[in-house]
Design a protein around this ligand. Sequence first.
Ligand code: GAP
Length: 476
Amino acid sequence: MAKLTKLDDIVSLCKRRGFIFQSSEIYGGLASCYDYGPLGSELKRNVRNAWWKSVVQMRDDIVGLDCSIFMHPLVWKASGHADKFADIVTVCKKCNVRSRVDHLTDAPNKMAEGLAGKVCPSCGAVGQFTEPMPFRLMFETQMGANTDDAMTIFLRPETAQGIFVNFRNVLDSTRVKIPFGIAQIGKSFRNEVTTKAFIFRTREFEQAEIEFFCAPGTDEKWYEHWKDARFNWYINLGMKKENLRLRQHDKDELAHYAKGCVDVEYKFPFGSGDWQELEGIANRTDFDLRQHQRGMRTLNSWYEKKGDLSKIELNSESEDYQKGPLSYFDEEGKQRFIPYVIEPSAGIDRSCLAFLVDAYDEDEVNGEVRNVLRFHPALAPVKAAIFPLVKKDGMPEIATNLYNDLKKYFNCFYDEKSAVGRRYRRQDEAGTPYCITIDGQTKEDNTVTVRERDSMVQERINLSQVKSYLREKLDI
Ligand code: GAP
């Protein structure tokens, strides 16, 4: 029976079974940084692959890209991140801890309005806050070995800009025609003021983003298309519909580049059980390509000001910007324009957390609690486990041969230790959809038992049919 799980149960299972560990744990850990263990790295790779398969492999209108994390600093001036990508924060005068103004809650019996009635989440003091101020979220670092030519660069806070600055390269090197998209998966970094709930909000994370370029005027149609397509991606990977919803942003929530935005939200089991953002789908209009055309016109000033972004103003847009270097020529309509962009932007880590939470279940077997991860087969870290019932009578040899054959096609696991019931439980907890057991009967009639994780139903099939059986059941 499904139940709303606590995040603590998931965190504990993740550590116990090698899904996710605290980073640098032997040194006491590094806040908000996590490492994916043997099972977790398989899960994460499966989430990435499922995304890539659905948006690049299965579609004829999207191509892939893999950009560097370090980019020219002017990219972030043009995109607006250097000046505007900041949270509004306040500092508690009692404990010196910085908080996001939009995350502060009211004191129960608040007497005053505004910050005067707000509680410090760190020390509990009421109304001890400084005036709100912006706090830049981009990490800075130095590039270059010599002090003379070293320059300050940023760790990208989104993968999207790498796509915009390669728009021309992709147009010139492929046969794509509008409407088309460019997809990328990669790490992004934000010096978040408050990190949250395990891998939900961290300072280093992975994004999976599509910039879908279309003709102005067709953007609303593509926005609708992507809302449905991305919502259904989660459903098709087994996520329960009742835990997912779409939420339209209010005008005052919109990022500086967006005309409209909708979030795919998941009912995460933390906080007050609130809905939280899983993915954003934004209509970025022609903002970014136009801004990068301005950025390209500002390069001289960047050299003159020795790369000091605070002293650089972006050059204004040329009057015929629609014919600029990042424009697109539409052969059919015989016109040039700057494309509009619809951006579905997902988080790989956040998706992993949602898939873990959604798959986690406890049921009762023979009076004992069974922990089970009911992953969709495409996401399950291990697809099949192979067991000899006992470590004798030729069973390990048959099981090893089967394992060596199957592992060429699926990620498999061989286990001959402890009672078979315990081995089943371990695989249930890892989310393995099928366990195959070689027993005394196998030598007599060449059959094995296949046990399915969710129903725990066992059936006997011929040893020679195991591969095709798994292929069909796993649909991979
Ligand atoms: N290019 C648009 C963009 O970056 P966003 O809403 O800031 O939009 C998109 O981020 C997605 O990236 C989020 O829905 C979330 O899944 C993921 N994400 C953003 N910040 C994150 C963080 N600090 N930790 C984990 N995932 C994050």
